[in-house]
Write a protein of this length. Structure first.
Length: 209
């Protein structure tokens, strides 16, 4: 696309739909569940020079900041090199003055031997979603049972489950179970509509300018 038309599209898109303009948080590896001992890097997707800090709420303490209290980082990104179950919680970025904050991500750290590989960001309506049930040591039988809101929805011999064309009704609390290995923590999976499409379109347009 030619520079000026991209600029115009960008201006138009921000006018039309991205008025809230929340910054994002990226999690790598990009999933919401981890085994104890794994490491994770969280990043504030900032496109200004404003200072951001990563904060979190856990069951023990609230609004603690990356660096002095947990993890290590330079403000925009934070490295937790060895995660414990007590690191489970919600994470977000906040501007230094505390005036603005980003979207929030949920992270669970399992002290057990099974996790559900579920997306950390909302899934877009109409897209397919694959969930994997993973054990710490290879299972003799990878067959996994998947639960939504406490009810068994499917047993998959491969340990992977695909939901096709997700809609709002797929939102819920998911977990999985592998025989002889145990159960994963539960993760909330949310499905988003137009607003996020818009956000991603903006990201794309920013990327090509
Ligand atoms: C974190 O905890 C504080 C204090 O309880 C609460 O006001 C705030 O809404 C929480 N933030 C998130 C993102 O859950
Ligand atoms: C995260 O921290 C650990 C331990 O300090 C280090 O080994 C690792 O390289 C760091 N990762 C990144 C991407 O900085
Ligand atoms: C985090 O998880 C809780 C339930 O475990 C859910 O109510 C909440 O909506 C989730 N937040 C996000 C941002 O996914």
């Amino acid at each position: 696309m030619e520079g000026t038309s991209v600029q115009m599209l960008l201006a138009l898109s921000s006018l039309l739909c991205c008025t809230t303009n929340q910054i994002g948080v990226t999690v790598s590896p990009s999933r919401s569940q981890f085994f104890e001992g794994e490491s994770v890097i969280l990043n504030c997707e900032d496109d200004s020079s404003a200072g951001w800090t990563l904060r979190r709420n856990t069951s023990r303490r609230t609004r603690t900041q990356c660096g002095p209290e947990w993890g290590s980082g330079d403000g925009l990104s934070c490295n937790i090199s060895y995660m414990y179950p007590a690191d489970s919680g919600v994470y977000w970025c906040e501007s230094r003055g505390g005036g603005a904050s980003s979207m929030v991500v949920n992270i669970s750290v399992s002290g057990g031997s099974v996790i559900l590989q579920s997306p950390v960001l909302p899934v877009m309506e109409g897209h397919d979603l694959t969930l994997s049930c993973q054990s710490k040591t290879p299972p003799s039988n990878p067959s996994a049972a998947f639960y939504k809101d406490g009810s068994l929805i499917r047993t998959e011999p491969t340990g992977h489950m695909t939901l096709q064309h997700v809609s709002r009704s797929d939102e819920g609390l998911y977990k999985c179970h592998i025989r002889d290995h145990g159960e994963s923590p539960s993760s909330w999976i949310s499905v988003s509509g137009e607003e996020l499409h818009c956000h991603l379109t903006m990201d794309f347009l920013h990327a090509v300018t």
